[in-house]
Design a protein. Structure first.
Length: 586
């Protein structure tokens, strides 16, 4: 069971957003909490929890739950627990626990000393189950799993009572204790709540509370061979921890009667309120942890942190910032309306964030040699280049400039169309931070016929990219000095799915046919400016005219630079480029 479906999505609007005069995103849960506080409920306390199951890595859907639960606690001076719902040892691992804690901290949240596990409460949950048996509210059923499904009925037909439903309290207590002692094999007995087999809500037709599962637990070892079901363990864990508002997604709305039933029939210290809201769905994105696990296990991606994955570790490696993700959560709000958000909204948030903070650098992905014939041979000069025009405090850097440069191969057309403002025979362009150059000729390889270099001249009076005589050029190109450029590998990532619909909506066996074959393009032989040699892993840059890139945190070294494209530049750039219009180095 995916913990994203349990925990939900969304976040409180940030104080910065509200202070800037932006209309806060819808959040009906905040209205509920404020009404509870006004009525004096829970003694004025607000206590939430983020309850992931440690059976995989967190993804962007979980980020919404993290931001919502921790954000509400922060807003109202409350607390938010990090609780691992570790009730299914067959799918849970310590690796997942550690990755979850790392991701929550990376997003900027801290649970202080409030790290809990459902396994902390196994003995207490067991005693609660005994209490239900003693009160005639639970029984040991010996039907097989298939028989239990058959007896449950359908949406239009009521269920039938199990022949074991009316076992005596002493017999049920004896069988349940023997289940705990390990006397029975898996599938032979379960503990079920005794509610109503004719209930319209299928979840109330004597749901299973405990099952025999002879697997070692990552925290309790072999101490237990029976484990509680999520729908039983979750409300009681909430109550034990004193949670006031238990927030989950809409698919758990039908489970709320069972949540309340468990609390009503046991002597619990408090009665949390379950609140449901719409989960996050993104176009062209796989949002099912089960499917993400399948991609990893089948080697269709390089791992949970593959930059194509919507996992927080994948987004982090790709170049996403926690600030961008939190801002995205601010904007989308919290509602009960099930919908699908276009993934471009998430990408827009990253562009907006990186535009303000990412240093600008020059990188040539498909290099074409350019020789400035009237520039002195052997001469190198250092030119001043601004690091970020959006941040005056970012300062400047020095760029080496020499007679031989590299420019993008796509920036030259021998037979240029109309409104082509880049390089072509006889055409003058501006080199960013440098000079005006005019293309004189293209030199072809004698064997292949491919263009191997451009011969150009430059105007020394245009140093810095401006003309003293006032003449204007329409195109501005990025470049790197051939003598100083570093070799690099660039990985261009696209959406994981080739179709616009959400991955979660497709439950067919061949959903993998929708995987985008062009989701990764590896470009080798790229040339980047020399200052990037000392860039830290994970640092982010805007490659002028290319997009926003991140130094790969796994594969990149000073000897082998590897960059991941976090996100392309705005769509308007792409339209201009396709039209062959003005090319700006931004």
């Amino acid at each position: 069971m995916s913990d994203s479906t349990r925990a939900g999505a969304g976040r409180e609007p940030s104080a910065a957003a509200e202070g800037a005069g932006e209309a806060p995103a819808a959040n009906f849960i905040r209205e509920i909490i404020e009404a509870d506080l006004a009525a004096g409920k829970n003694g004025g306390r607000v206590a939430t929890r983020f309850p992931p199951e440690p059976n995989g890595y967190l993804h962007i859907g979980h980020a919404k739950s993290i931001c919502l639960n921790f954000g509400l606690a922060q807003r109202y001076g409350g607390t938010c627990n990090l609780r691992f719902d570790d009730t299914n040892p067959s799918k849970e691992e310590v690796e997942y626990v550690e990755s979850i804690k790392h991701d929550v901290r990376w997003l900027g949240f801290d649970w202080a000393q409030r790290e809990y596990y459902a396994s902390d409460y196994f003995e207490q949950l067991y005693q609660y189950a005994v209490q239900l048996i003693e009160r005639g509210k639970a029984y040991v059923d010996s039907l097989s799993a298939d028989q239990i499904r058959e007896y449950r009925g359908t949406l239009t037909q009521p269920g039938r009572e199990s022949p074991y439903r009316n076992r005596s309290v002493p017999e049920n207590l004896d069988l349940f204790r023997r289940m705990r002692a390990g006397e029975f094999e898996e599938g032979t007995h379960v503990l079920r709540a005794k509610i109503d087999m004719a209930a319209p809500n299928m979840n109330m037709r004597d749901p299973t509370l405990y099952r025999v599962l002879k697997q070692a637990h990552h925290r309790t070892g072999d101490a237990w061979c029976i484990y509680p079901m999520y729908d039983y363990a979750h409300p009681l864990s909430d109550a034990i921890e004193g949670i006031t508002h238990s927030i989950c997604t809409l698919e758990f709305e039908d489970h709320r009667p069972l949540y309340d039933w468990c609390l009503a029939h046991l002597d619990v210290p408090c009665r949390p309120r379950q609140i449901e809201f719409a989960r996050l769905n993104l176009t062209r994105t796989v949002m099912s942890k089960r499917k993400l696990l399948q991609l990893v296990q089948e080697g269709l991606v390089s791992g949970w942190d593959d930059p194509r994955m919507p996992t927080l570790s994948g987004l982090r490696r790709r170049g996403y910032t926690p600030e961008a993700i939190r801002a995205f959560c601010d904007r989308i709000g919290v509602t009960k309306f099930e919908g699908v958000l276009d993934v471009s909204r998430l990408e827009h948030g990253l562009r907006d964030d990186l535009n303000k903070r990412a240093p600008r650098v020059m990188a040539v992905l498909h290099p074409l040699r350019l020789v400035i014939e009237n520039y002195p041979e052997g001469q190198t000069e250092e030119l001043d280049a601004e690091n970020n025009p959006e941040d005056p405090g970012a300062g400047t850097r020095k760029l080496p400039f020499s007679r031989v440069l590299y420019v993008e191969r796509d920036d030259f057309r021998e037979d240029a169309p109309k409104k082509w403002y880049r390089l072509a025979p006889g055409m003058e362009v501006r080199l960013k931070h440098a000079y005006y150059v005019t293309c004189r000729e293209a030199v072809r390889d004698e064997k292949s016929g491919a263009i191997r270099e451009l011969r150009c001249t430059y105007d020394p009076a245009t140093k810095g990219g401006g003309s003293e005589d006032g003449r204007k050029v329409r195109g501005t190109l990025h470049w790197v000095s051939a003598a100083h450029a570093l070799d690099a590998e660039v990985r261009l990532y696209d959406h994981l799915l080739s179709e616009a619909g959400p991955g979660e909506a497709d439950e067919s066996a061949d959903w993998k046919a929708r995987l985008n074959p062009g989701s990764l393009e590896v470009v080798t032989g790229c040339k980047v400016e020399p200052g990037l040699k000392t860039a830290d892993r994970g640092s982010r840059f805007q490659f002028l005219r290319q997009g926003y890139f991140c130094v790969d945190s796994v594969d990149s070294t000073p000897e082998r630079l590897v960059f991941n494209r976090a996100v392309a530049l705005r769509d308007s750039w792409a339209k201009i480029e396709r039209a062959g219009g003005p090319s700006s180095a931004g």
